[in-house]
Design a protein around this ligand. Structure first.
Ligand SMILES: Nc1ncnc2c1ncn2[C@@H]1O[C@H](COP(=O)(O)OP(=O)(O)OP(=O)(O)O)[C@@H](O)[C@H]1O
Ligand SMILES: [Mg+2]
Length: 268
């Protein structure tokens, strides 16, 4: 197996109170993982630990076989792109275009290559007509899309999204998810999506459930859909709930197959 992230016996405390204790998991290269859990379960904390924004107390984190350490931090940060819960914290440039350029400069990208990169990511994220906008004059969803464009411009190997589509309208959300899956394939991207939208798990290779700073499930979506998730304050996707209600022995994971199966069930 080719793991791009390995977390071993991770411990972390807030204000001397141990919150994450002995947490271990692995993420395979080029996979799509959803991390789910109720408010305060530790998702953002874990994201900050993996991306080097918080320092852990005990344990090890390996990114692409490189152990986290001060000397390796620059190398590791180039491999990971993070899109945070609140897009306001992500802007440094005066306009969206300046902001993307700032990131590219920091990564040592040649100015001659910037134009093509900016065009590609802004098309992909639907922000081509927002490039000259100042962040304060953008809506929440526009800022979120712009932040995603800025991170993708840096060509990360691992993309971590912390509720990154929460402010997008349904059409933009769907487009973004389709684009991300396309990107995953084309650029061999590994995606970790922290999400409250459990429909996302339908596309995932792996689901991790956090509860009070602990992993309570780590496995494929089939196993996840068999959990009693209510005890973690979660709800399964509607199409899974309906299939379970109808006692289907094998589950389908996309709407088209689901509707077909439902049609068969009712004899159409
Ligand atoms: N800077 C901090 N100092 C002290 N405690 C913190 C700090 N940041 C978070 N916490 C606590 O750690 C716990 C986990 O917070 P975290 O932000 O990781 O949760 P989350 O799963 O991302 O929640 P949400 O779904 O609301 O985003 C919470 O109990 C929170 O109060
Ligand atoms: Mg959070």
């Amino acid at each position: 197996m080719n793991n791009i992230i390995e977390v071993k016996n991770l411990c972390f405390s807030y204000d001397d109170k141990e919150f994450i204790k002995d947490l271990s998991f692995m993420i395979e290269k080029n996979s799509y993982t959803c991390i789910v859990g109720s408010n305060g379960s530790g998702k953002t904390t874990l994201l900050k630990l993996i991306s080097g924004l918080l320092e852990y107390k005990d344990g090890q984190i390996y990114i692409d076989d490189i152990l986290f350490s001060n000397e390796n931090m620059g190398l590791i940060r180039k491999k990971i792109g993070v899109i945070f819960q609140n897009p306001d914290n992500q802007y440094v440039g005066t306009t969206l275009k300046d902001d993307i350029i700032f990131g590219l400069e920091n990564h040592g990208v040649e100015p001659s290559k910037m134009y093509d990169i900016i065009r590609e990511v802004s098309d992909l994220c639907g922000v081509s007509d927002l490039l000259s906008k100042e962040p304060y004059a953008m809506s929440g969803g526009q800022k979120q899309k712009g932040a995603i464009a800025g991170v993708l411009a840096l060509n990360p190997e691992i993309l971590i999204l912390d509720e990154a589509t929460s402010m997008l309208d349904p059409v933009s959300k769907r487009e973004f998810k389709e684009n991300i899956l396309k990107l995953k394939k084309e650029k061999n991207l590994t995606i970790i999506s922290i999400t409250h939208d459990l429909d996302e798990t339908l596309k995932a290779d792996k689901v991790i459930v956090l509860d009070k700073g602990k992993i309570v499930y780590d496995g494929d979506k089939e196993g996840f859909y068999n959990l009693d998730v209510k005890r973690y304050n979660l709800r399964l996707p509607k199409i899974i709930e309906i299939q379970k209600f109808l006692h289907y022995s094998s589950l389908v994971y996309n709407e088209e197959d689901f509707l077909k199966k439902l049609g068969d069930y009712f004899g159409n």
